[in-house]
Design a protein around this ligand. Structure first.
Ligand code: PLP
Length: 453
C-alpha cells in the first residue's frame, strides 16, 4: 500500500543520506531533500518508490539504448556468470566471451578499426586513448609528440585524465593539478558562439583554430586531436556540416592522429553504428562505452586501426596499461548479446530512417514556436534545445539563471526525465522508443516548457 511505499522511501533516503556520496552532486543539499528512489524499469519507462511512472528521455545517462528489462541481456549475464564469472586477460590468457565481443565490435566499427582494447568506463577508455596515442609516438621514436588537443566544453570523463582532456571549467577548478601537455580550442557551437558567421564560415574558423594551435605549439609536438562527433554532456552541440572534414584535413596535413570519443554517439544514437559514420569522420582511434552494453553492465572499449595496432604488435614490448576487469567475461557476454540484439531488431536502421527523423520532426512541431525555444539541434535520437531570454534577438540566458533547472524540475514532477545543461535542455531517449512514445515525450516537453514560461 501507499503508506508502506512512503515509509520505504523515507528509510532508503535516510540510509542514502547517511552513507552514500553521490557523483556530480551537492551532497548537503540533496541530503536535506532526499534523493528520488528509482525502483524499476521496463522499455522506455521507469518507476519510483512512490509508484510514479516516468518516461526516461535520457536513456539513463545516454546509455540504456535497448531499453529497460531486456531478459536476453539478463540471461546472457546469468549463463556466463555460472560458467566463468571472472578471469583476467593480462597473463597470456583469453576466454571466449572477450574474443567474441572483440570480433562483434570489429564487425560494426568504421573502416579498419578492428583491434579492440577493453576498459570498464568511458573515462577509462579515454585514459587508454591518452596513453595509447602518446605511447604510439614513443614507439615511432618521437616521444616529444605528446600534446593532446581537445575542445572547450568537451566532456571526456572524470578520472584525472578525462577531466584534464575535457573542457569543463567546473571540473578543472577541483581536484587539480591537471595532466600536463593538453591544449584546447574553441567548440563548434554555431548558434551560441559564431556571431555573424554563417555555419560554413564558422566551421572553417574552428578548423583554423586547430591549425593555429598546432602551429603555436609546434606540429611535431602534437600526438592527437580528440573530439566527440557531437558533443553530448556539453549540451548536444551538432557541429557545422563542414567542420569534421576541415578538422580532418588539418590533422592529415600535420600527421596528427584523430580520435573520436564515441561514448555517447556510438551504438546507434545518431542513426548509424557510430557518430563517425553519420558525420563522415575517418578516425584513427575511437572510444566507446554506454550503449556497448546498453548500460546493463559497465564495459568500455577503444578500437584502433592497423596503423596504431601494428605499431604495438611489431614493437616487441609490453604495453603497460590495463584494468583488472579489462574484457570482463560477464560484461563481455552481455555486450555481445546487446550488439546481436541490436542487429536482430535492426535498431540502427530504425533510428536512422524511421524513429530518429520522426522524433526530430515531432519535437520541432511541438516546441519550436515556444517563446523559450531559440534553437533545436540534433540527429537521430539525441537533441539539444537552447532556451533563450528573447526569441527575437536570440539572447541566450546567462550563467546567472537557473532556467534549465526550473524546467528540469517541472519535467521531474510531470513524469519525464529531461536533462538541463545550463540553459540547454537535452534529450537522448532509448533507441527502442515507439512512435506513440515519441508523441507522449513531445507532449510532455511542451507541457514542461509551458510550466517554465
Ligand atoms: N566521454 C564521453 C563523450 C562521455 O559522454 C562520457 C560520459 O558521459 C565519458 C567519456 C565518460 O564515461 P564514464 O562516465 O563511463 O566514465
Amino acid at each position: 500500500d501507499n503508506n508502506k511505499t512512503s515509509a520505504n522511501t523515507a528509510d532508503i533516503q535516510a540510509i542514502d543520506a547517511d552513507h552514500h556520496m553521490h557523483p556530480f552532486t551537492n551532497t548537503g543539499a540533496l541530503n536535506k531533500k532526499g534523493a528520488r528512489v528509482i525502483t524499476r524499469g521496463e522499455g522506455v519507462y521507469l518507476w519510483d518508490s512512490e509508484g510514479n511512472k516516468i518516461l526516461d528521455g535520457m536513456a539513463g545517462l545516454w546509455c540504456v539504448n535497448m531499453g529497460y528489462g531486456r531478459s536476453e541481456l539478463a540471461e546472457a549475464a546469468n549463463t556466463q556468470m555460472k560458467e566463468l564469472a571472472y578471469y583476467n586477460t593480462f597473463f597470456q590468457t583469453t576466454h571466449a566471451p572477450v574474443a567474441q565481443l572483440a570480433k562483434e565490435i570489429a564487425s560494426i566499427t568504421p573502416d579498419d578499426l578492428n583491434h579492440i582494447f577493453f576498459a570498464n568506463s568511458g573515462s577509462e577508455a579515454i585514459d587508454t586513448i591518452m596513453r595509447m596515442v602518446r605511447q604510439y609516438w614513443s614507439i615511432k621514436g618521437k616521444p616529444y609528440r605528446n600534446i593532446l588537443i581537445s575542445r572547450e566544453n568537451a566532456y571526456h570523463g572524470s578520472t584525472i585524465g578525462g577531466t584534464s582532456l575535457g573542457g569543463m571549467g567546473g571540473m578543472h577548478g577541483q581536484g587539480g593539478p591537471l595532466v600536463p601537455n593538453i591544449e584546447r580550442i574553441r567548440q563548434p557551437y554555431w548558434y551560441g558562439e559564431a556571431g555573424e558567421m554563417s555555419e560554413e564560415e564558422f566551421g572553417l574558423a574552428c578548423a583554423k583554430a586547430l591549425e593555429d594551435k598546432i602551429l603555436e605549439v609546434g606540429p611535431d609536438n602534437v600526438a592527437a586531436f580528440v573530439g566527440e562527433p557531437i558533443q553530448g554532456a556539453g549540451g548536444v552541440i551538432v557541429p557545422p556540416a563542414n567542420y569534421w572534414s576541415e578538422i580532418q584535413k588539418v590533422c592529415h596535413k600535420y600527421d596528427i592522429l584523430l580520435a573520436a570519443d564515441e561514448v555517447i554517439c556510438g551504438f546507434g544514437r545518431t542513426g548509424s553504428w557510430f557518430g563517425s559514420d553519420t558525420l563522415s569522420i575517418k578516425p584513427d582511434i575511437i572510444s566507446m562505452a554506454k550503449g556497448l552494453s546498453s548500460g546493463y553492465l559497465p564495459i568500455a572499449a577503444v578500437a584502433v586501426g592497423d596503423r596504431i595496432a601494428n605499431a604495438f604488435i611489431e614493437h616487441d614490448d609490453d604495453f603497460n596499461h590495463g584494468f583488472t576487469y579489462s574484457g570482463h567475461p560477464v560484461a563481455a557476454a552481455v555486450a555481445t548479446a546487446n550488439i546481436q540484439l541490436m542487429k536482430k531488431e535492426n535498431i540502427v536502421e530504425y533510428v536512422g530512417n524511421d524513429i530518429g527523423p520522426y522524433f526530430q520532426q515531432k519535437l520541432r512541431e511541438a516546441v519550436a514556436d515556444h517563446p523559450l525555444v531559440g534553437h533545436i539541434e540534433g540527429v537521430g535520437l539525441v537533441v539539444g534545445i537552447a532556451l533563450v531570454k528573447d526569441k527575437e534577438t536570440k539572447e541566450l540566458f546567462g550563467d546567472d539563471t537557473d532556467i534549465g533547472m526550473i524546467c528540469r524540475d517541472h519535467c521531474f514532477n510531470n513524469g519525464l526525465i529531461m536533462r538541463a545543461v545550463g540553459s540547454r535542455m537535452v534529450l537522448s531517449p532509448p533507441l527502442v522508443i515507439s512512435h506513440a512514445e515519441v508523441d507522449e515525450l513531445c507532449e510532455k516537453v511542451r507541457l514542461c516548457f509551458d510550466l517554465t514560461h
